[in-house]
Design a binder for this molecule. Structure first.
Ligand SMILES: Nc1ncnc2c1ncn2[C@@H]1O[C@H](COP(=O)(O)OP(=O)(O)OP(=O)(O)O)[C@@H](O)[C@H]1O
Ligand SMILES: [Mg+2]
Length: 232
């Protein structure tokens, strides 16, 4: 389980995260919703150790990781798919995927595991192409594939549907469902596309002004009026 307690973060003098507390459980998709600029990405960067938390505590599988560096979190089974994908445009698809294996011994890190290509067949077809030559949707699949290559037990995704065509959104949703159904991974999904979030969420959290203002079970999102809370 991921356990976040009273997390605070600032950019200079602006107080961005204001005492966030929540849990994300293994075998569940936790969807974090919220309008632009409320601090969703800032939270994920704190979870990944890319920004040191100013105050509060983050623990994963019972261990406090608040002060850990990103590579230590990768070793602890945490993987992050950043907003905007951030693949390596000049490296081939295969090389991008191999980057995801850096937490393993060199011997194991030489070949892309077959399950990645099974989840995203398009990546196998395109494995010799440069990452930068892929469409936006394919790059998003590549970024998710790279994160999965590390065989995470906590997968963190930041707006994977942003700027992507509907057919690929559907494929990505299908993959997230398959991963959740395995039951051995906690998935934290930041999303502004309400229908996508509602279809996948076991648990939802709504953020506004650096705080969680509403939370509940995914099946109750409509009843709880979450659509209105996040409508742009
Ligand atoms: N590096 C930075 N320095 C200063 N302020 C920042 C920085 N990054 C983000 N901010 C500000 O912090 C606030 C939260 O930003 P953040 O990117 O976490 O929001 P978000 O919820 O992810 O938004 P979006 O939905 O647009 O991705 C915003 O007001 C943003 O302008
Ligand atoms: Mg963001």
């Amino acid at each position: 389980m991921l356990n976040v307690e009273q997390l605070h973060q600032y950019y200079g003098g602006s107080h961005i995260l204001r005492g966030l507390t929540f849990q994300a459980r293994v075998g569940e998709v936790t969807c974090l919703l919220g309008r632009n600029g409320v601090g969703k990405t800032t939270l994920l960067r704190c979870l990944m150790g890319l920004l040191p938390a100013r105050e509060g505590q983050v623990s994963w599988e019972g261990r406090v990781i608040t002060g850990h560096k990103p590579h230590q979190r990768v070793q602890a089974g945490i993987a992050y798919v950043p907003q905007g994908r951030e693949i390596f445009p000049r490296l081939s698809v295969e090389e991008n995927l191999l980057m995801g294996l850096s937490r393993f011994p060199a011997r194991q890190a030489r070949a892309v595991p077959a399950f990645i290509y099974e989840l995203f067949p398009v990546l196998e077809q395109m494995k010799h192409r440069r990452g930068g030559d892929l469409s936006g949707g394919q790059q998003q699949q590549l970024a998710i594939g790279r994160a999965l290559a590390s065989q995470p037990r906590l997968l963190i995704l930041d707006e994977p549907t942003e700027g992507i065509q509907p057919s690929v959104i559907k494929e990505i949703g299908g993959v997230i469902k398959q991963l959740a159904a395995r039951g051995d991974m906690a998935i934290v999904l930041v999303e502004q596309f309400y229908d996508f979030a509602a279809e996948l969420a076991d648990q939802y959290l709504v953020m506004a002004r650096g705080e969680i203002v509403s939370q509940g079970r995914g099946v109750d999102m409509e009843r709880d009026g979450v659509r209105g809370l996040v409508a742009i």
